[in-house]
Design a protein around this ligand. Structure first.
Ligand SMILES: *[C@@H]1O[C@H](CO)[C@@H](O)[C@H](O)[C@H]1NC(C)=O
Ligand SMILES: *[C@@H]1O[C@H](CO)[C@@H](O)[C@H](O)[C@H]1NC(C)=O
Ligand SMILES: [Zn+2]
Length: 993
C-alpha cells in the first residue's frame, strides 16, 4: 500500500498490521450485541479542545492547571495501559493535533502497543481531523485541509486500521449542511453530534427522529452526499449519576455487601431507569451512552473500573431474565448495529442552525465574535494556498533555497488548530486567541521562506523579498521609503485576474512598468484620515500609489515602480468635493442622498436594473439579562436587549476621491465608524470598506454593530445564506423546516452564519452581499438585509469561557476592525455568474510580494522572468483549482471543484470536462489516482454502508469504480474531485550543488 512508505515508524506498524491483524479493525471486532436484548453501547471517550481556556500546548502538557485541570498527555498515558489490561475495554480518540504531539514522544515499545490496540479495534480513531472544527465560521477550503492533515497523519502512522469511519462533532455549536456533505465525500459512514436546538431535540425525542439520513447536497448524485446522522442522548456527557472520572463527584459502585455504603442495587435501579427512558426516544434495540467528557480520563482507572463493574452487574441479571445487555463499544460499532437493523430512517434536508439551548439563548453571537481574528484566519488560508501551490510547483527548490529550509506544514498545522470550535469561533479566552494568532503568524513566517525560495527559482532572480502584511492600513516600510521597487503578484486562481494594487508611498509621482516593459497608468491618492487613525505611528505614508495589474492563472506578473520627478509626468490634482451625490463606472452607479449622505440607490448599468437602497450602521444594545432570563450577550450568545437597533448617525459627513482608476465616497458615521464606498474602473461590484472601533463602552452598554441594507424588495420573509462558503441555503424568518418553531428572540433567533455571502431577491432583482470573513447575518424585515460586523461586550455569557468579549487593541482601547463587503445587483438568474467567481477570488486573492529590485541572477539558465503561468490555459469559470499541494515527498494532491450549484446559472451550471494530464504542463505528473475528498483512501476502495430513507426513494448504489482517465475528468455542479499524482521535478536548484 502506498501509505506504507513514508515514515520509518509507519512502515513497521503497517507491516505488523498487514500481516498479523489485517483488516482486524472493522466491524468484525465489534462486541457481540445479541438480538432480543436492549444493547447499551458504552462509549468511553474524552473531549480535548484544541485550545479554549488554555492554549493547545498548555492542554497537552497539563500546564496552567490553575485555569482548568486538564492534561492531554496524561490522558493518553493513562488510557493505553488500561486498554492493554483488559481486551474488553475500548476507547476512541478524536483530535489528531494532540495525538500527533503525543505519538512523537513515545518509546518504540509504547508505539507498538498502541499500534496493536488500533489494529484490534480497541483503540479507535474517530473523526480524526487535526481538530474538531467549527461548522459556522469555517470555510470549506480550510475544513477540507484540516481534515486531510489529520487523516494523513493517521493513515501514514497506522494504515487502514487508523482510518476513522465515523465523524464525531459532539461539541460544535450547530451543524452545517455543507459539513455533512463534505464528511460524506470523505468516506465517513456516519456522524454523531451533541448540540442542537432544544426545541428540535424535544421534538425529535418525542417522534423518535434522533437518528436520520442527512442529505448534504441537492446537487451531488445521491447517495454520495448522504450521511447517517445521530443526535447523542445527553450531549456528550454520561447519564446523570454515572460520571466516574476524577473530575466528577458521582458515587463509584460500592459492591462489597459487608460495607456500610454498599450501593449496587441503587446504582442498577437508576441505570435501568435511564436505559428505559432513553430507549423510548430511539428506534432500535441499541442505545448509546457517551462515557466521558471534557479532558476526562487523565486517570483512566476510576472510569474503566466502574464501567467493568456496571457491565458485569447489569449483564449478570440476564440469567434472571433481564433483557438489557451492556457492552464497551465505539461509535462505529454502534453505527453498524443501527445499520443491521434495516430500518427506514427519516430524511433531513436543511441544517442545524441556529443552535439555542434555551428560549433566550441563541448561539448566534459567535458567528461574528473576534472579527479581526476571523479575517486573519481567512487571509491565512489564502496565504497557505499560495504557499502550497508554490511548494508543489517547485518541490525541492521551495524546501531548500537561498532563504533557508522550510515547509508549508507549520501553517497547515496552525490552520488546523484555528479551525477548532473555540478558535475561529472567537470563543476562547483572550490569551488563547493570542496564541492562535501567534501560531498563524509563525506559519506565515515559514511560508514566506517557501514562497521566497520558490519565486527565486521561478523568476531566476534572487531578490530581497518583502511581505507587507499591513497594506490594509497603508503600512509598508519598503514602498514608503524606496525610490524604486518591484511588485510581484502571484495569482493562485486558475483564471486571469485583474487586481488593483494600492501601496503606501511618500512621493507624489511614480512610473509603473508592466511585465513586458509597458508603461502602466497609475494614480496617487491621499491616505485617508480614517486610515491614519487606525495605523497611528506604524507608518508615515501620506499617499497611496494605485495601479491596475493583470496576472495569469497559477502564476505571476512583475511590475516595477520608480519614483519620478514631479514635473515630469504627474502632478497632484486631487480634488475632494464634500457631500458627493454619485459615483459610477462602466458597470455601476451609486447615488447618495443629498441630505443624509447615505447610499440612496444602486444601479447596474449593464443590465439597466436599479434599486433604491439605504445602507447605514446601527448597534444592538447587548442584553445584560432581564426579567425573562438572566442570559447576557457574550462571546457565544447574541441577545439584544430590544429588537430595534440604534442608528449610529442619521447623517454622515462625506467627501469624494475621484481619478481615472477609482471613485470613492468616504463617509464618516462617527469617531469610531466610517466607510469608503468604492468603484474601481473595471470592477463589476460596489465595494464597501468599513472601519469600526474602538466600540465605545463608556456608557456601560455592550454594542453589536451591524451594517444594514434597506430596500423595497418584496421578500416575504425569505433570504439566503451560504454554508461554509459553498452551497446556498434558503432561510425563512421565524421558521424552521423540520419542526413547528416557536420564536422567542425575534432578532437573535433569526441570525444565521454568513461565511461568504447573503442575499435577498424578488422575481426580478437580487441584492447579494459578499463578505471577506465569516459574520452573522439576517433579514429582520422584508427587503432588509443585515450583517453583524463587530461586537464588544461587557459580560460573560455563562458558557464556560468566563471572560467578556472586550478585545483590546494596541492602545488599551477596543480593537478597530476593517473589512469589505461587495455588493452585487443583478437578476436572480444571472447573479451566480458573478458572485461565484468573485467569492473564489476573494478567498484566493493574489498575493503581493515586494522587493527593492536589486536582484541577482539565480538558478535558471533562461535568465529572469517577469511573467509566468503554470497552467496550459485559463480554466473555465466552472472549474476551480481548489487544491494544489505537496502531499508526500513525491505525491501532489490536486482537487478540482465545480463551484456552481445545479440550477443557479444558465451558463455555468453544466458538467464540464478537464484534461488533467495537460492541465499543469509545468509539472510532470503521472500515476493519477482518484481518492476520497480527504485523500486517505482510493475512491475505488470507498464503500459506504447502504441506508434506506423514509421519504426518499431507495437509490441503487452508483458504481463509480470505472477506470480513471485523467485526460477526461468530468465535474458536475458542486462536485469536488480529488487526485494524487506522482510528481517528477525537472530542475534542482543550482545553489544546492
Ligand atoms: C437471580 O434471582 C435469584 C432469585 O431471586 C437471586 O437469588 C439472584 O441473586 C439473582 N441474580 C442476580 C444476578 O440478580
Ligand atoms: C489572460 O491572459 C492572457 C495573457 O496575459 C491573455 O492572452 C488572455 O487574453 C487573457 N484572458 C482573459 C480571459 O483575460
Ligand atoms: Zn469543545
Amino acid at each position: 500500500m502506498e501509505s506504507c512508505s513514508w515514515r520509518a515508524v509507519g512502515v513497521l506498524v503497517i507491516l505488523l498490521g498487514c500481516v498479523t491483524w489485517s483488516w482486524g479493525c472493522g466491524d468484525e471486532t465489534c462486541p457481540s450485541a445479541p438480538d432480543g436484548f436492549l444493547n447499551v453501547h458504552l462509549i468511553p471517550h474524552t473531549h480535548n479542545d484544541v485550545g479554549w481556556l488554555k492554549t493547545v500546548d498548555q492542554y497537552y502538557y497539563g500546564g496552567r492547571n490553575d485555569i482548568q485541570h486538564a492534561g492531554v498527555q496524561y490522558i493518553l498515558d493513562s488510557v493505553i495501559p488500561q486498554l492493554l489490561a483488559d481486551p474488553r475495554r475500548r476507547f476512541i480518540y478524536v483530535e489528531s493535533a494532540f495525538f500527533w504531539r503525543w505519538w512523537k514522544q513515545q518509546k518504540a515499545s509504547v508505539q507498538r502497543d498502541v499500534a496493536q490496540l488500533v489494529q484490534e479495534g480497541r483503540l479507535e480513531f474517530i473523526n480524526g481531523g487535526w481538530s474538531m472544527n467549527d461548522e459556522a465560521a469555517t470555510h470549506y477550503s480550510p475544513i477540507i485541509d484540516q481534515m486531510t492533515l489529520g487523516l494523513q497523519f493517521l493513515q501514514s502512522t497506522f494504515g487502514e486500521c487508523g482510518r476513522p469511519r465515523v465523524a464525531w462533532h459532539i461539541d460544535p455549536f450547530g451543524h452545517s449542511r455543507e459539513q455533512a456533505s463534505l464528511f460524506a465525500q470523505m468516506g465517513y459512514e456516519g456522524l454523531f453530534f451533541g448540540r442542537l436546538d432544544y426545541q428540535d431535540k424535544e421534538n425529535r425525542q418525542e417522534t423518535k427522529r434522533m437518528e436520520m439520513i442527512w442529505r448534504g447536497s441537492d446537487d451531488l448524485e445521491a447517495p454520495s452526499a448522504d450521511l447517517f446522522t445521530g443526535v447523542l442522548p445527553n450531549g456528550y456527557d454520561p447519564p446523570r449519576g454515572f460520571c466516574w472520572d476524577q473530575l466528577c463527584a458521582d458515587s463509584p459502585i460500592m459492591d462489597d455487601p459487608t460495607m456500610e455504603d454498599y450501593n449496587v442495587d441503587a446504582v442498577l435501579t437508576t441505570f435501568l431507569k435511564v436505559v428505559d427512558k432513553q430507549s423510548q426516544t430511539y428506534r432500535t434495540n441499541h442505545i448509546v451512552m457517551t462515557m466521558g467528557s471534557d479532558f476526562q480520563y487523565e486517570n483512566a482507572i476510576p472510569w474503566f473500573k466502574n464501567m467493568d463493574k456496571l457491565i458485569d452487574l447489569v449483564n449478570a441479571k440476564q440469567v434472571n431474565g433481564s433483557k438489557v445487555n451492556v457492552i464497551y463499544s465505539t461509535p462505529s460499532c454502534y453505527l453498524s448495529a443501527l445499520n443491521r437493523a434495516r430500518l427506514s430512517w427519516p430524511m433531513k434536508m436543511d441544517d442545524f442552525f441556529p443552535y439555542a439551548d434555551g428560549a433566550h439563548m441563541f448561539w448566534t453571537g459567535y458567528f461574528t465574535s473576534r472579527p479581526a481574528f476571523k479575517r486573519y484566519e481567512r487571509l491565512s488560508n489564502n496565504f497557505l494556498q499560495v504557499c502550497n501551490q508554490l511548494e508543489a510547483l517547485t518541490g525541492p527548490a521551495a524546501a531548500h533555497g537561498p532563504y533557508g529550509t522550510s515547509s508549508s506544514l507549520v501553517l497547515r498545522r496552525a490552520m488546523g488548530v484555528a479551525q477548532h470550535h473555540d478558535a475561529v469561533t472567537g470563543t476562547a479566552k483572550q490569551h488563547v486567541n493570542d496564541d492562535y494568532t501567534l501560531r498563524l503568524y509563525r506559519g506565515w513566517e515559514a511560508c514566506q521562506v517557501v514562497i521566497s525560495n520558490a519565486l527565486s527559482s521561478l523568476t531566476g532572480t534572487k531578490e530581497n523579498f518583502v511581505f507587507c502584511n499591513l497594506l490594509n492600513i497603508s503600512v509598508c516600510p519598503l514602498t514608503e521609503t524606496a525610490k524604486s521597487f518591484n511588485v510581484l503578484l502571484y495569482n493562485p486562481l486558475g483564471r486571469n485576474v485583474t487586481w488593483n494594487v494600492r501601496l503606501p508611498v511618500c512621493g507624489v509621482a511614480y512610473a509603473v512598468t508592466g511585465p513586458s516593459g509597458e508603461p502602466v497608468p497609475s494614480e496617487i491618492i491621499t491616505v485617508s484620515k480614517f486610515t491614519k487613525d487606525v495605523r497611528r505611528h506604524r507608518g508615515q505614508a501620506e499617499q497611496e500609489l494605485l495601479f491596475q495589474t493583470r496576472i495569469p492563472p497559477l502564476g505571476f506578473s512583475r511590475y516595477t515602480v520608480q519614483k519620478v520627478a514631479t514635473q515630469a509626468r504627474f502632478f497632484m490634482k486631487e480634488k475632494t468635493p464634500t457631500n458627493p451625490t454619485k459615483i459610477e463606472n462602466k458597470y455601476y452607479r451609486v447615488e447618495f442622498h443629498p441630505e443624509t449622505g447615505l447610499i440612496s440607490e444602486i444601479r447596474n448599468l449593464e443590465k439597466g436594473i436599479s434599486l433604491p437602497l439605504t445602507q447605514s450602521f446601527y448597534w444592538y444594545n447587548a442584553s445584560i439579562g432581564n426579567a425573562d432570563s438572566s442570559q447576557t450577550s457574550g462571546a457565544y450568545i447574541f441577545r439584544p436587549n430590544r429588537s430595534e437597533p440604534v442608528l449610529i448617525a442619521p447623517t454622515v459627513r462625506s467627501y469624494l476621491v475621484q481619478n481615472s482608476l477609482v471613485q470613492e465616497v468616504h463617509q464618516n458615521f462617527s469617531s469610531w465608524c466610517s466607510q469608503v464606498v468604492r468603484l474601481y474602473t473595471e470592477q463589476r461590484y460596489v465595494e464597501l470598506e468599513w472601519t469600526v472601533g474602538p466600540i465605545p463602552i463608556e456608557d456601560f452598554w455592550g454594542k453589536e454593530v451591524i451594517s444594514r441594507f434597506d430596500t423595497k424588495l418584496q421578500t416575504d420573509g425569505v433570504f439566503y445564506t451560504d454554508a461554509n462558503g459553498r452551497q446556498i441555503l434558503q432561510r425563512r424568518r421565524n421558521f424552521r423546516e423540520t419542526w413547528p418553531f416557536f420564536q422567542t428572540e425575534p432578532v437573535a433567533g433569526n441570525y444565521y452564519p454568513v461565511n461568504s455571502r447573503i442575499y435577498i431577491k424578488d422575481k426580478d432583482i437580487q441584492l447579494t452581499v459578499l463578505t471577506d470573513r465569516s459574520q452573522g447575518g439576517s433579514s429582520i424585515t422584508d427587503g432588509s438585509l443585515e450583517l453583524m460586523v463587530h461586537r464588544r461586550l461587557l459580560f460573560d455569557d455563562y458558557r464556560g469561557v468566563g471572560e467578556a468579549l472586550l478585545e483590546l487593541g494596541p492602545h488599551g482601547k477596543g480593537i478597530v476592525v476593517r473589512g469589505r463587503q461587495m455588493l452585487l445587483l443583478d437578476t436572480p438568474e444571472d447573479s451566480a455568474d458573478l458572485h461565484r467567481p468573485l467569492a473564489l477570488q476573494e478567498y484566493m486573492a493574489p498575493q503581493i510580494i515586494l522587493s527593492p529590485g536589486e536582484g541577482v541572477p539565480y538558478g535558471s539558465e533562461q535568465g529572469s522572468s517577469t511573467q509566468f503561468s503554470a497552467l496550459q490555459a485559463p480554466l473555465p469559470k466552472n472549474v476551480h483549482l481548489l487544491t494544489l499541494a505537496l502531499h508526500q515527498d513525491n505525491k501532489v494532491l490536486l482537487r478540482l471543484e465545480h463551484p456552481f450549484q445545479g440550477r443557479e446559472s444558465g451558463n455555468y451550471s453544466q458538467p464540464v470536462t478537464v484534461n488533467m494530464k495537460e492541465l499543469i504542463p509545468f509539472l510532470s505528473l503521472s500515476d493519477f489516482e482518484e481518492t476520497t475528498l480527504s485523500a486517505n483512501l482510493p475512491k475505488s476502495k470507498m464503500t459506504r454502508k447502504h441506508w434506506r430513507a423514509k421519504t426518499a426513494p431507495a437509490l441503487p448504489r452508483t458504481n463509480s469504480s470505472t477506470v480513471l482517465d485523467p485526460s477526461s475528468v468530468t465535474l458536475n455542479p458542486m462536485e469536488i474531485r480529488t487526485f494524487l499524482a506522482t510528481v517528477h521535478y525537472r530542475k534542482r536548484p543550482r545553489w544546492d550543488s
